[in-house]
Design a protein around this ligand. Sequence first.
Ligand code: SF4
Length: 373
Amino acid sequence: MKVDETSPDGTLPEAILQAWEARGVGRRDFIKYCTALAATLALPPALIPRLAAAMEADNRPPVIWLEFQGCTGDTEALLRANQPTVAELILDRLSVEYHETIMAAAGAQAEEAKWAAVEKYKGQYIAVVEGSIPAGDGGVYCCVGGDSALNIVRKVCGNAAATIAVGNCASFGGIPAAAPNPTGAISVQQAVPGATVINLPGCPLNADNLTATIVHYLTFGRLPAVDGLNRPFFAYGKRIHDNCERRSHFDAGQYAEAFGDDGHRRGHCLYKLGCKGPETFHNCPTVRYNEGQSWPVMAGHGCIGCAEPHFWDTMTPFYRRLPAVPGFGVEATADKIGLGLAAATALAFGAHGVASAFRKGDAMESDKVKKEE
Ligand code: SF4
């Protein structure tokens, strides 16, 4: 479909709106979706028609979705997204050649479809990988169709135009790679070092970030800019703590001391209950889950750091406060809050007994004693 791809105010061409209406997606919903997508990618409104046009273009790449050592949470997240459903975007607007969990074919037929797609679209398709890859003992711990995950991921991702690793397992090894890592689980990037891989960690993947990554690729012909861990800046450029709705309570020194207490019910900061938001980079507070309805901290549970490498080993115990938050440097670099406010917050910390958390070595024990009392 030929459309005018620029519009100063982001107005979408009538032809595109009608095309989506014909698919059962109302124009208001589609405009809302495109606006949110542009906001997620930090793009100006003038580019909204270009994003929409990319979703309509005829040169959409095929997708091969692989699943290895994972819980299927990322596929579940994908299937629960809507307006318009990401599943619709992926399954209808893109050509999904292979997805074990949701494809109609099974067994030998499915395997044939996968390898036929790899051959036919060599260098053109997008590979999406869910789950970690067991590399121990020659890869025997996860086999599909008689071949090891290690071989499959090397062949599929090695021939892809780009690979998107979804969830912490595919991005960093996740829970399967936690000590003692009996299967020798590794990430996609470790399994296929030469491949172009972008990581979308988090348990589960936030489907809006997957859509935004794919639409960025369709629109600009390249993956979004990434940080040192190959995570896109648009989604992982800020700490949870930077945009958290409980942040004003953190700054004011107002903390929930126990689940269900008055502070917890009033929406106070969950730092003392173990929140790892100050050390976790993800856009959970702004994009949220379940159609943007909520996210863990909003629902009253501290962040467990699931978007970070080795979170199961480094962020546990989940219900104990961070032992070594780098003091107010966190705030100084993240939000550039004034020294005055930092000093006031330090006083508040002292008043609430949080200051001890910053004293090296004694934080965990002091918490333990307090809880046991
Ligand atoms: S410590 Fe956690 S709950 Fe408190 S403001 Fe930071 S991210 Fe939010």
